[in-house]
Design a protein around this ligand. Structure first.
Ligand code: NAI
Length: 730
């Protein structure tokens, strides 16, 4: 047995002298190469890593004793999670990034030649990490739930630049390559094997052994393992679409059409991914690889990628943020929660909590309510089993964590109780008093109210330091944000415990100070109001929603009112009007819709028509809305006017939240708006948007509207001050 390390003389980007790549040659002449960047918790691909890997592998290539190589990670539960993107920010010229990408691709490409290399993957192999594994002759994966494969570069406005996309296409076909590269989604090992991306799946304990056996076999056979080609329905479709020129054309034109419908041209990375894969289909690997490096360079310096990367850095920073400043407060461990209200929100919160391995005692008024909540959880997990995202055993383990009740039994030892009962202050007070009686003195009471100030809810508490807001978004299992609301008397310990719980539930968490509508509900209110004003002016609903979709919002504002519920909107509208006065006054007429029994999507009566099947429901405007409101929708307004009026009220209110100390930082404001409300990610959030356009220009536009429409456009003081001094938020 022999072992060694290859030290690059270059300066480390991780400021560590320890080698990242080491190896050991086993008695059976298989070299096991271990990647372990001791300076970081996760392995990422940086320049030093590339150099060390190349040096190690060329040393092993020359070593006559070695017959085959296994590459594994030294990290506990992750393989390699992508390229280190920090250094991309310093790049100003596209060609510089293209060259870097080309070099990395070449280094990885060399892995295919010579002695067989098998990647032994346990934990996440994402982006560059997946590309590294794909460059090996074969991949063996552990069946652990932390093992996932994916190409998430598109989420950063980039494309995978080390030929990973092309290798996915080689192994699993064009449709799979398009799907992975355009969505950035993760694959579990079983699915990856089924698609032909992974050669073997085995338990973690025998991973290196299985990989070594396969490597030795390959060294004897000197052939690349073939994946089985099954002619099932999927196989036939693949044959028709991918194996002939007309089929390929259809595949790409369909993919382009579907992509453009979603991106509306705002995400150039998706177009470039399509270009590269289309060229691969027409001209093969080498030509596509060249284009890939070129496009990568252009995307690195693009505005959209710059903004998307800033979101990535902000979420990474939030993961490390305890939620309070300058304190040593430590989060209490949470092993069990009580969940009051098994409705839409309660069911969703029970699901994400049990998914985090935390027990949930779910309470509703009666058995029917509890049953609905339990069914809601079960349906989401069943769907995931169907999609092979979890195994049956994992489902059973998760469901065993959720139990139901109609009283407070079994809640005594819950460290946190979250309430999502009806939005009614008297009811919130009464459940708070009950919870204090039924639980221990340290139990935290968290409210998922969307509009009631937490300080007001806490008035009924004998332990107000334990009361906090945990504002989730619907549907809870899909929406990434949690807004933790700190009331006047909430303790630091309560805040950090709520934040830690939210992170465990898989959420990106921002902490805001208490106030009517907190941050998210508050900035949404004037935005939705403005859209309603446009309707009352006779602008057709379709053109309002289309303009906002074109600006980059995921749904139009009027459609969003239907989704939230017109009744809920009107209710919250009253609360914000009371708190903030005339600038939040909704246009007259909304109450007529409520009186007419229009609640929106939930009762299939709203601004849009909801009868018909899934395809048609919610697509056409209900013309009787105009009659009820007494308006004729015959006016036209330029899309830009619609976009500016709505977006600027949103942005202006966000700045007010910072000015008043509701927000802790512009970063939290950007993340809250993007993850909670769908503010266009490629614009970086309201604060980065102001920085891009300039505060001076935003104030000028707001003043223009203020002159026309009055105080709902009066610019925030902070914005004016920043405009006057040409300051930026970042
Ligand atoms: P929902 O009507 O679907 O569920 C409320 C549940 O609470 C019902 O099952 C009801 O039977 C139960 N309930 C009522 N009194 C109870 C009591 N004393 N003990 C136990 N259970 C009781 O309502 P949803 O939509 O889940 O909303 C709940 C809370 O979450 C509200 O405060 C709402 O403002 C807030 N919220 C709602 C969002 C949404 O999009 N629906 C988003 C964010 C917050």
């Amino acid at each position: 047995m022999s072992s060694g390390t290859t030290l690059s003389g270059g300066k480390s980007e991780q400021d560590s002298k320890d080698p990242i790549v080491t190896y050991e040659v086993r008695a059976d002449r298989v070299a096991v190469v271990t990647i372990d960047d001791s300076a970081e918790t996760l392995n990422t691909i940086g320049p030093r890593f590339g150099e060390e890997l190349t040096q190690t592998l060329s040393k092993l290539a020359e070593d006559g004793e070695v017959v085959a190589i296994v590459v594994r990670s030294g990290k506990k539960d992750s393989f390699v999670v992508g390229a280190n993107i920090d250094f991309l920010s310093a790049i100003r010229v596209a060609s510089e990034a293209s060259t870097l990408a080309g070099e990395l691709a070449k280094r990885l490409g060399a892995l295919r030649k010579g002695k067989p290399i098998v990647a032994a993957v346990h934990g996440a192999a994402l982006g560059g990490g997946f590309e590294l594994a794909l460059a090996a002759r074969a991949i063996v994966a552990s069946d652990h739930k932390k093992t996932v494969f994916g190409l998430p570069e598109v989420q950063l406005g980039l494309l995978p630049a080390a030929n990973g996309m092309l290798r996915v296409a080689e192994r699993a076909g064009l449709a799979t390559a398009l799907d992975l590269a355009l969505t950035g989604k993760n694959l579990r090992p079983a699915k990856a094997k089924k698609l032909g991306l992974v050669d073997e799946v085995c338990p973690e304990a025998v991973l290196v052994e299985v990989a070594a056996e396969l490597a030795k076999k390959l060294s004897r056979q000197k052939i690349i393992p073939k994946k089985a080609t099954k002619l099932d329905a999927a196989g036939i479709t693949k044959l028709l679409l991918e194996e002939n020129p007309i089929g390929k054309k259809i595949l790409f034109s369909k993919a382009r059409e579907a992509t453009r419908k979603k991106t509306r041209g705002h995400y150039p990375a998706t177009e470039r991914i399509l270009d590269v894969l289309e060229l691969y289909a027409k001209k093969g690997f080498a030509a596509a690889a060249e284009l890939e490096a070129k496009h990568f360079g252009e995307l690195v310096v693009s505005e959209s990628s710059r903004q998307l990367r800033s979101i990535f850095f902000a979420t990474t920073a939030l993961k490390k943020d305890s939620g309070v400043d300058d304190t040593k407060a430590v989060a209490r461990p949470v092993t069990k929660i009580g969940m009051l209200g098994a409705g839409l929100m309660g069911g969703g919160i029970a699901y994400i909590t049990s998914q985090a391995g935390i027990a949930v005692r779910l309470k509703d008024k009666d058995d029917a309510g509890v049953g609905r909540g339990l069914k809601y959880v079960r349906e989401i997990v069943d769907e995931r089993v169907k999609r092979r995202s979890v195994t049956r055993e994992e489902r059973d383990q998760q469901l065993a964590l959720v139990s139901g009740t109609t009283d407070y039994s079994g809640m005594k030892n819950a460290e946190v109780v979250i309430e999502a009962v009806f939005e009614d202050i008297a009811l919130k007070h009464s459940v708070l008093t009950d919870v204090e009686k039924a639980t221990s003195a340290s139990t935290i009471f968290a409210s998922n109210t969307s509009s009631l100030p937490i300080t007001r809810i806490a008035e009924a508490a004998s332990r107000p330091q334990n009361v906090v807001g945990m504002h989730y978004f619907s549907p809870v299992h899909k929406m990434p944000l949690l807004e933790v609301v700190r009331a006047k008397l909430t303790s630091d310990e309560t805040v950090v415990t709520a934040v830690a719980l939210g992170k465990k539930q898989g959420k990106t968490v921002i902490v805001v100070n208490d106030g009517v509508g907190f941050y998210t509900t508050r900035i949404l209110a004037p935005y939705l109001n403005e859209a309603a004003y446009l309707v009352s002016e006779g602008i057709p609903i379709e053109s309002i929603d289309k303009a906002l979709l074109d600006w980059g919002f995921p749904v139009g504002a009027i459609k969003l009112i239907d989704e939230v519920g017109i009744d809920v909107g009107a209710h919250v509208g009253k609360i914000t009007l009371d708190a903030f006065g005339d600038r939040m006054r909704p246009p007259p007429g909304l109450e007529k819709l409520v009186k007419d029994g229009r609640a929106g999507k939930k009762n299939k009566k709203g601004f849009y028509l909801y009868d018909g099947d899934k395809k048609t429901a919610g697509k056409k405007v209900d013309p009787s809305v105009y009659t009820l409101l007494g308006v004729t929708p015959d006016k036209t307004l330029k899309a830009e006017e619609i976009q500016m009026r709505c977006a600027l009220t949103f942005v202006n209110e966000a700045v007010r939240c910072l000015e008043e100390g509701i927000l802790r930082s512009p970063r939290d404001g950007d993340i809250g708006a993007i993850f909670g409300l769908g503010f266009p990610p490629f614009r970086g959030g309201p604060f980065r948007y102001v920085d891009t356009v300039s505060a001076r220009e935003i104030v000028k536009r707001l003043r223009g509207y203020e002159a026309k429409f009055g105080e709902r456009f009066t610019p925030a003081k902070l914005l004016v001050e920043m405009g006057d001094h040409d300051k930026t938020f970042y």
